[in-house]
Write a protein that binds this ligand. Structure first.
Ligand SMILES: [Zn+2]
Ligand SMILES: [Zn+2]
Length: 452
């Protein structure tokens, strides 16, 4: 399906960039939104009946691990973008902890080429802060920016050296790009596999305390103030961290933050197979714990997700980012200390987040905002056109059914990573169609609903 004329009829249009939440039709021609709102009529268009569905701008993910080059057994650009399409994401920013890492123009260009071959989903590489992601000397940030990197991060690791972070923020400011920090003081988190709480005590494991994250957030805010640079806090997990961001924004410091679907919906109990507020214990077979819930930074105490949802609702946290971190089954079939960190998130993100809407913790337009306008604003003004359904902008559109219930089955994932504790979970809210640049990237509608 290439650059067709498409007419989506009778949808609820949610476009937070324009403050729109109303029923209407959307006409797409030559990859561009031609009109959005009052009923359009046009000959020769493929009609998509959107009754009962919501249309919004395609979701933008600031934080995806596509694993290519180097770890193609975990994910590739092709499998990761297919997973994105199924999850409603039309734009991905991919993290540079590949092998080799994204620390040169050649690797940026390689990933962009792989994405073009893979399909219509937009992929924007993030360059490393330091050469080889080794934390010793700065990468050639100007070269990376020139090649198309949209930010800088050593994600997986923090920029532990404060002076390096200061210099990186100053250079990135000249380039107009953010430094995205994985906030973890390694001297405080040490070898912690999970949060420094009751589960760590129960399992006799060293804990990764919230302070290891919060001290780093405080440092980055101070350095952003010192340099005038833009510090973006990756996967923020604590209310105290959010409070630091709130105060910094109030003082006019250029700091932004993201939160993941899992930190918004899961707590450390999930490591013991205990899901949900009622404390229901999911069957775990013979395992005493669930390494699929091991992530970095770790899932925090029960009660924490609601605090993060409040910070997201208020806009202290700008964006939802998946931190999609696919791994092989072998990487996770290890003792808790040795299992890889990360969850495969792209295909469950929207369903998880709709849980917050159904619980009344977030309203739907705000959720859409934090998946579109929020992340676009972190990336800069040139991304605004990807975060709206305004006439004349690229046709990046997601159609979803907020009421549809479905069961997560990782055997159906497009991602190579089946590492999620949500396998078998029932969700309410499902993506049914994803369009990027006017091309259909994922079609989960029955054929009878798409007519010529
Ligand atoms: Zn990280
Ligand atoms: Zn990450």
């Amino acid at each position: 399906l290439d650059k067709l004329t498409l007419l989506i009829t009778g949808v609820r249009i949610i476009d937070p960039a324009q403050g729109v939440d109303q029923p209407g039709d959307i006409l797409v021609r030559n990859g561009v939104i031609e009109s959005c709102g009052p009923a359009a009529s046009v000959g020769g268009a493929t009609v998509i009946r959107g009754d009962g569905l919501v249309a919004s701008p395609g979701f933008i993910d600031l934080h995806t691990h596509l694993r290519e080059p180097g770890f193609e057994d975990k994910e590739t650009v092709a499998s990761g973008t297919a997973a994105a399409a199924r999850g409603g994401f039309t734009t991905l920013c991919c993290m540079p902890n590949t092998n080799p890492p994204i620390d040169s123009a050649a690797i940026v260009e390689f990933i962009k080429l792989q994405a073009e071959v893979a399909g219509p989903i937009h992929v924007y590489p993030i360059g490393t802060v330091t050469r080889g992601r080794a934390g010793q000397e700065l990468a050639d940030m100007a070269e990376l920016a020139q090649a198309g990197a949209v930010g800088f991060s050593d994600d997986g690791a923090p920029v532990a050296d404060g002076h390096l972070m200061q210099t990186a923020l100053a250079y990135a400011a000249d380039l107009g790009l953010p430094v995205i920090d994985h906030c973890e003081d390694p001297r405080l988190s040490r070898d912690g596999a999970i949060h420094d709480g009751w589960v760590a005590s129960r399992l006799g494991l060293p804990g990764w305390p919230a302070a290891a994250e919060e001290t780093m957030i405080a440092r980055d805010i101070a350095l952003a103030e010192l340099t005038g640079g833009h510090a973006h806090i990756a996967h923020l997990t604590t209310a105290a961290g959010a409070e630091l961001v709130r105060q910094a924004k109030r003082r006019g410091i250029h700091v932004t933050a993201e939160v993941t679907p899992h930190h918004l919906t899961m707590s450390e109990e999930w490591l013991m197979g205990i899901h949900g507020p009622a404390g229901a214990v999911a069957p775990l077979g013979t395992d005493a714990y669930d390494t699929r819930a091991k992530v970095n930074p770790p899932l925090r105490p029960a009660g924490n997700p609601a605090l993060l949802a409040a910070a997201l609702r208020e806009g202290v946290i700008d964006a939802i980012a998946t931190d999609h971190a696919p791994h092989t089954v072998l990487d996770k079939s290890l003792p808790m200390e040795e299992a890889a960190f990360g969850i495969s998130v792209l295909e469950t993100a929207f369903g998880s987040l709709m849980g917050l809407v159904h619980e009344g913790l977030l309203d739907l337009p705000t959720l859409v905002h934090r998946l579109t306008v929020g992340p676009a604003s972190v990336l800069g003004k040139r991304f605004a056109e990807y975060a709206t359904l305004k006439a004349g902008t690229p046709a990046d559109i997601v159609l979803f059914d907020p009421e549809a219930t479905w069961t997560v089955d990782t055997r159906e994932f497009a991602s190579k990573g089946t590492n999620t504790p949500l396998d078998g979970a029932t969700m309410k809210g499902r993506v049914v169609l994803t369009m990027a640049g006017g091309q259909i990237a994922y079609d989960g509608m029955t054929t009878t609903e798409v007519t010529k």
